[in-house]
Ligand binder design. Structure first.
Ligand code: SF4
Length: 214
């Protein structure tokens, strides 16, 4: 059984898959407490579903792209089995994970979006750096949620020290919603000489920042 906050169909709002129809499986619970977290409603509650029940709900939405997210999806051990089942059934599977739980054992067919924590989150000391060594340059993406210029400097240092331009398919720089001057961020990125991409969370602009299930 897995504890699930919500399963819904929408468009993917982030990553290189932004704009595509996508079913989201949002699992409940997270061992982290990022100060700017936008999904605190996943920390508690949720409903217990069997993997068969989750598969049936995902099937009913009819999207070939599925994202398993949270909370921290990999904090529940059975999430690894769910991901394997989704891959077996031919879904293209994205796993958005906060770089605290090891990705060892994750089905190799799933595509990882690794959310490396920057200092302003308050959780940077809990980054599992070994996850960066497991990235595949043909499918995995790295995300930095940036709250201020110090976070951007940190992201640049991590990108260079871990050679992330070569190790990953894409490096996503995402501002904390409503906290960063977007023009200023665009200028940081444009002048960096790094092969990174600025990303806005498309769903928050379409439906508003606090609307759930979209
Ligand atoms: S890892 Fe994600 S869900 Fe957990 S506290 Fe941080 S932003 Fe929120």
């Amino acid at each position: 059984m897995l504890r699930v906050t919500e399963i819904f169909r929408s468009i993917q709002g982030e990553s290189t898959h932004a704009g595509r129809p996508c079913t989201f499986v949002r699992l409940t619970g997270c061992p982290m407490r990022c100060v700017w977290c936008d999904s605190e409603y996943t920390f508690t509650g949720g409903e217990h579903y069997s993997i068969d029940s989750i598969m049936a709900q995902v099937d009913a939405f009819g999207c070939k792209l599925v994202e398993v997210t949270g909370g921290e999806p990999l904090a529940q051990k059975e999430a690894f089995t769910l991901i394997e089942r989704l891959c077996n059934d031919g879904f293209e599977v994205l796993v958005e994970t906060g770089n605290y739980v090891s990705t060892t054992g994750l089905d190799r067919r799933a595509k990882v979006i690794l959310d490396v924590k920057c200092p302003a989150s308050g959780e940077a000391p809990r980054n599992d750096w070994s996850n960066l060594e497991r990235l595949r340059s043909d499918k995995d993406e790295v995300k930095f949620v940036v709250a201020d210029e110090a976070d951007w400097e940190y992201a640049k240092k991590v990108i260079r020290e871990h050679d992330l331009e070569a190790r990953s398919k894409a490096i996503l720089i995402s501002p904390v919603f409503g906290q960063v001057n977007l023009e200023e961020m665009a200028n940081w990125i444009a002048g960096s000489g790094l092969n990174v991409r600025m990303q806005l969370q498309m769903h928050k602009y379409i439906w508003g920042p606090d609307v759930r299930g979209v």
